[in-house]
Structure formats: C-alpha cells, structure tokens
Design a binder for this molecule. Structure first.
Ligand code: CP
Length: 306
C-alpha cells in the first residue's frame, strides 16, 4: 500500500511496489487522457532549496498533467529560510497548504527530518550527495521501456561515482533484480564509496572497477553517464583536473553493441559529445520524458488516487 507513504530513499519501496509504479507509468504512457483529471483539487508543494531544472519542472508538469495545482519556491532566498526559519517550521507550515510535497535540500538527511514534521506525503527530490529516489524511478522506467527487462544486464556507470547520488541509488535499485552485474568506470579519486562496494559484496553481486571506458564499453547493455559534481568538491583545482575524465563520442560508440542504451540523469556538461545525441542508442532525452510520467504515477500512488 503506497497511499500516504513518504519516499526518502530509493529502497523505501519493495520491488513489488516499484513494479506497481512502473506498471502505472506504462498505463499513463498508453492512455494519458485517462489520467488528466485524477488530481483535480490536489496541490503539490515544490520546496527547492537547491537549483534544479528537470526535477522541479517535471514534478510541476506531472501535477498539472493530472489536473492538479502546484505552489512552491525554487531557491531558499525567496522563502523565510533566509530569515532564519527552521526546516521543521517550513514543513509544518507548507503541509497545511498542500496535499503532497517534493523537497530538494543540499543537506544530507534533511528529507528524513522534513518527513517527520510533514502532515502530507513527502518526496525527497535530492538531499545533498545522499539520495535522489525519483531519479532512480526515472532511470528504472527508462531501462524498462528501452530494454523490456530489469534483470540479466551488465550495467556500466561512468564518471563521478563518488559524489553522484543517482549512481548510488541506481546500483542499489538494480541490485534487487536478478543477475545484474556492474562495471564501475571512474578515475581512482571518484570511485564509488566503500559502503556501496560492501553492499555489493554482501549480496554476492558481480562488479569490477576500471578506469578506461574503451576497455569495457563493448560488454555493456546499459551505460549510465554522469557529470563530475562540481558543487560537491572542496577544491576547484581537483574539479578542473577531473572534470573531463570521460567524454563519450561517436568513436567510442563504435565500440559498443547495437542495443546499448546510454542514459544520463542530466544536466550534461562535457561528458557526452552532442554528436552522440542523434544516435538511436542515446536515450537520455527520452529519460527526461519518462521522468514526468513516473512522477505522475508516484503522485497518484502516494495520494491514493489509483
Ligand atoms: N536529473 C536532475 O536531478 O536534474 P536537475 O538537477 O535539473 O533537477
């Protein structure tokens, strides 16, 4: 039962519940007009204390496409946080104005704190380097719609695997489906945190860490590219040295199989050359569309409308 639940971590929902959301998303893709009035009278609050294009606008698009409304702010400077209001008081207040809240905040753990003060379902739209579970739902729907399966795959993740919260959540999510294995492509300084490796080992899930994309791209069913997360670096010089570690271009795509799917949570900086955008294996702009659909499905489930 997903009604009135919060979504804070990618593994808050079990596999059956995730599949329920993906199945509803597929229904929405097939018959969007059946869903266009289901949230009449419902209000979504979008509380974004950190910049966003896709997550905030896709939530807003999702509630509008369901016939609901949206209120919120896109930076803490335009909220009373700038006057010293606590997160607890902001959430207590906004849950009187809304039926459901999506919040992004740079502080890790802020989403779980906020959920403890919220009277309405709270969705974590990103809490620092910790979790971004609706991006994970987006990634799962994209893989499902592209490959027609979520199991028996070799999944490459490339770039900033240390700070990329979407990487950590996707590894955990795909680990729940049978016989997936991971190829972790990063410079040594940007390898996945130890807790992810410990997690994979504890589940006996096959993975390897490599530095060169060219050595492994031909083995992959899915390649998940990520940008180097400038905002999480303490030192500008380290960011500049590492930011162009990987650039996926048409020459590297020639080494991949015909049915590779290239995903990227976006925003992109330099890590995928624009020449790759017209390759049918590049699905990152379809992924943007699936981000709206899966958030529509999530809102319906948490509100108990479907
Ligand atoms: N993928 C993603 O979270 O993008 P935004 O930062 O633009 O929301």
């Amino acid at each position: 039962m997903l009604k009135n639940r919060n979504l804070i971590n990618a593994d808050d929902f079990n596999v059956d519940e995730i599949n329920e959301i993906l199945n509803l998303a597929e229904e929405i893709i097939k018959r969007p007009s059946d869903f266009s009035n289901l949230c009449n009278g419902k209000i979504l609050g979008t509380l974004f204390f950190e910049p966003s294009t896709r997550t905030r606008l896709s939530f807003e698009s999702a509630i509008h496409r369901l016939g609901g409304d949206c209120i919120g702010f896109s930076e803490s400077a335009s909220s009373s946080t700038s006057k010293g209001e606590s997160l607890a008081d902001t959430i207590r207040t906004v849950s009187n104005y809304t039926d459901i809240i999506a919040m992004r905040n740079p502080k890790e753990g802020s989403a779980v704190l906020a959920s403890s003060y919220s009277e309405v379902p709270l969705i974590n739209a990103g809490d620092g380097g910790h979790q971004h579970p609706t991006q994970t739902l987006t990634d799962l729907l994209t893989i499902w719609m592209t490959k027609k399966r979520l199991d028996n795959m070799t999944i490459g993740l490339c770039g900033d695997l240390k700070f990329g919260r979407t990487v950590h959540s996707l590894i955990k999510a795909m680990s729940r489906y049978n016989n997936n294995k991971f190829v972790l492509i990063s410079p040594e300084e940007l390898q996945v945190p130890d807790y992810i490796k410990i997690f994979l080992k504890s589940k006996n899930i096959e993975f390897k860490e490599v530095e060169k994309m060219e050595d492994v791209i031909g083995e992959l069913d899915v390649l998940y590219m990520t940008r180097v997360q400038k905002e999480r670096f303490f030192n500008e010089a380290d960011y500049v040295r590492l930011k162009d570690s990987y650039i996926l271009d048409n020459n590297k795509m020639k080494l991949a199989t015909e049915d590779l799917a290239v995903l990227h949570p976006l925003p992109r900086v330099n890590e995928i050359a624009t020449e790759v955008d017209s390759d049918p294996r590049a699905v990152y702009f379809k992924q943007v569309r699936y981000g709206v659909i899966v958030r529509m499905a999530l809102i319906l489930k948490l509100l108990g409308v479907r």
